[in-house]
Design a protein around this ligand. Structure first.
Ligand code: FE2
Length: 279
C-alpha cells in the first residue's frame, strides 16, 4: 500500500512568482521568506516522494464564480498552467497520477463526500508557486500531482471541521491505494491576510503561531471555529488556512515537525511554511 511520508504547507501569494521571475531570492525584502525553503527541500531529498497530493483554492483560472465546486479533484493526465498576470511565470505542465486520482475519487464518494471530478484542469499560482519553491528551476517535475481544490472564494464555504474530515478521508484513501509509491501531501494558502475592505492589511500573528503549534500537538484545535470566526481571526483571505487543516487531517496521529518558517509581511500576507513528517 502507498505510504504518506509527511506534509508541506505554505503560503502562495502571487508576488512570489514575480520575485522568482526577477531572481529576488536574496533581496532583503524577500530573503526571510525564501530562506524558509532550503531546509524543506533537503527534507524532500531524503523523503523521495513519487506523488504530491496538493490542497489549494483556485482563484479564477479554472473555476469562476458562475460554477464553484466546494470540493474538486483532478483526474487528468497532466495539468497545465496559464498566464494569470502579475508577472507570475507560466511553468511546464505537471504530470498527473490518474490511478491515485480515481482511487481518491472513488474512496471519497464512498465516504459520502460530493465531489466535482475534473478530467481537464488548469492549475493556478496556488499550485504552481509552491511547486516552484519546492523544486526550483526544474524543466521536468520529479513528482506526479493530484490536485484537490477547496472553495474559499465563493460563499458558503465548507466548515473547518468538514475540511479536516475531508483530509482524514484522503489520508485513508492514500494509505489504501494499491501502490508502493511515496506520497507527500501539500497544502497552500494563508496564513492571516486580508486584501480588501476596511481591514485590508490585517494580520494576526498570535493566531497564526497558535495555529501552527496546534498542527503538531492539537490538530483539530482550529476546527472549533466557524468560518465567520476564522475570517474574523485571520482575514478574508486568511481563511485559506483551510488547506493547512485538510493537509494535517491526512497525516494521522503520529507526527513530528521537520521545519517551520513565519515571516511578516510578504505582500500584505503573513507567510508561513511548515514541513511535518509522519512517524
Ligand atoms: Fe490565495
Amino acid at each position: 500500500m502507498a505510504h504518506i511520508i509527511g506534509s508541506i504547507t505554505t503560503s502562495h501569494v502571487p508576488a512570489i512568482g514575480g520575485a522568482i521571475g526577477r531572481g529576488l531570492q536574496q533581496d532583503p525584502y524577500w530573503k526571510p521568506f525564501f530562506d524558509g525553503y532550503p531546509p524543506v527541500r533537503r527534507w524532500l531529498e531524503t523523503a523521495r516522494p513519487d506523488v504530491v497530493v496538493v490542497f489549494y483554492n483556485d482563484h479564477g483560472l479554472n473555476f469562476f464564480l458562475d460554477k464553484m465546486p466546494t470540493f474538486a479533484v483532478g483526474a487528468a493526465p497532466e495539468y497545465r498552467n496559464a498566464d494569470e498576470g502579475w508577472g507570475i511565470p507560466v511553468l511546464p505542465p505537471f504530470p498527473g497520477e490518474q490511478d491515485l486520482s480515481w482511487h481518491l475519487i472513488e474512496s471519497l464518494v464512498g465516504e459520502d463526500f460530493d465531489l466535482t471530478t475534473c478530467q481537464e484542469m488548469l492549475v493556478d499560482h496556488a499550485l504552481t508557486l509552491p511547486m516552484a519553491l519546492l523544486w526550483p528551476g526544474t524543466d521536468a517535475w520529479p513528482v506526479k500531482v493530484v490536485p484537490v481544490v477547496i472553495n474559499t472564494v465563493q460563499y458558503p464555504l465548507p466548515s473547518a471541521a468538514r475540511v479536516y474530515k475531508l483530509g482524514e478521508a484522503i489520508g485513508r484513501a492514500i494509505r489504501s491505494w494499491d501502490s508502493d509509491q511515496r506520497v507527500v501531501v501539500v497544502g497552500t494558502g494563508g496564513l492571516s491576510h486580508q486584501l480588501d475592505g476596511e481591514r485590508a492589511g490585517f494580520i494576526n500573528k498570535d493566531f497564526d503561531l497558535k495555529f501552527m503549534d496546534s498542527l503538531i500537538g492539537d490538530p483539530t484545535w482550529a476546527t472549533k471555529y466557524s468560518i465567520r470566526d476564522l475570517v474574523e481571526l485571520t482575514g478574508t483571505q486568511g481563511i485559506e488556512l483551510l488547506m493547512w487543516l485538510a493537509t494535517r487531517g491526512a497525516l494521522g496521529d503520529k507526527v513530528r515537525q521537520v521545519h517551520r518558517n513565519y515571516h511578516i509581511p510578504i505582500s500584505n500576507t503573513a507567510a508561513g511554511t511548515m514541513a511535518i513528517e509522519c512517524r
